[in-house]
Ligand binder design. Structure first.
Ligand code: BTN
Length: 238
């Protein structure tokens, strides 16, 4: 197995992604993983902060893919598979938010450095309390299921499944990975609103394309590929 052949396990760190990027400058091998019990400056997408107390699973893997496009999808699928083996069935909201009972329990932050990738995974595993401003949208596996899963065990499962998905990608089997994504996503057939910079797109989700773009049909029947953005399920779903 490539992922986590070399592991840096820290009590606390500013951000596992930042630590991994520093390691990259020192020439660590592909598959190196940073795991921390807490982050003091956890980072989310679009420059947001990521709440990262003890109890969560905060990790970053260093990869050197032939094509980085579907790496975030591979990470989201790996998290779902790792939870699924433990009897928990989360869903994926495009592009790679992991949702349980309507709330976000995990997120993925991919950073590209030359031809290298740092894929950061934040899983709210055993967090028991969230700050006021997050309680409506975020939750943890523990809060949603009352199950306390052992962190190292879930981490090992994530690494194994990330390894499987990564091998698929490196063998040009992206189509199989997307089949797994379709299995977990909560979006197919749903009405969504996608914010893409200043543009807002409304439509019904038809599929995901081979490059990870969301395929959406708007109210005029026009089909559009949306390469990136923030996706919200519409209140009026069908
Ligand atoms: C998101 O906004 O959905 C992405 C959140 C990613 C958080 C993880 S936690 C481990 C890694 N280190 C970071 O600073 N961020 C990512």
């Amino acid at each position: 197995m490539l992922i986590s052949t070399k592991l840096y396990y820290l009590d606390a760190v500013n951000s596992t992604n930042e630590y991994a990027k520093e390691l990259l400058t020192k020439g660590v091998p592909e598959g190196t993983v940073v795991l921390a019990d807490a982050q003091t400056e956890g980072k989310g997408r679009f420059g947001k902060q990521w709440y990262s107390p003890e109890g969560g699973l905060w990790m970053s893997a260093i990869l050197h893919p032939s094509n980085p496009t579907l790496i975030p999808i591979a990470a989201a699928v790996a998290v779902c598979e790792a939870l699924h083996i433990n009897g928990i069935l989360p869903g994926i909201k495009w592009p790679n938010d992991i949702i349980l009972n309507g709330k976000k329990i995990a997120g993925i932050l991919v950073e590209i450095i030359d031809e290298w990738i740092v894929v950061g995974i934040g899983l709210n595993l055993n967090i028991r309390k969230f700050p006021e401003e997050l309680v409506d949208t975020a939750s943890s596996v523990f809060l949603e299921t009352k199950k306390h899963l052992e962190k190292k065990m879930v981490f090992d499962h994530i690494c194994k499944h990330l390894d499987d998905s990564y091998i698929m990608l490196q063998n040009n089997q992206g189509a199989e990975l997307l089949t797994k994504w379709r299995h977990y996503t909560i979006l197919l057939g749903q009405k969504v609103t996608i914010e893409m910079g200043d543009t807002v797109i409304h439509g019904k989700v038809l599929d995901i394309s081979s490059d990870g773009a969301l395929v959406v049909m708007n109210s005029d029947g026009k089909i559009q590929r949306v390469p990136g953005g923030v996706c919200h399920l519409s209140k009026d779903r069908q």
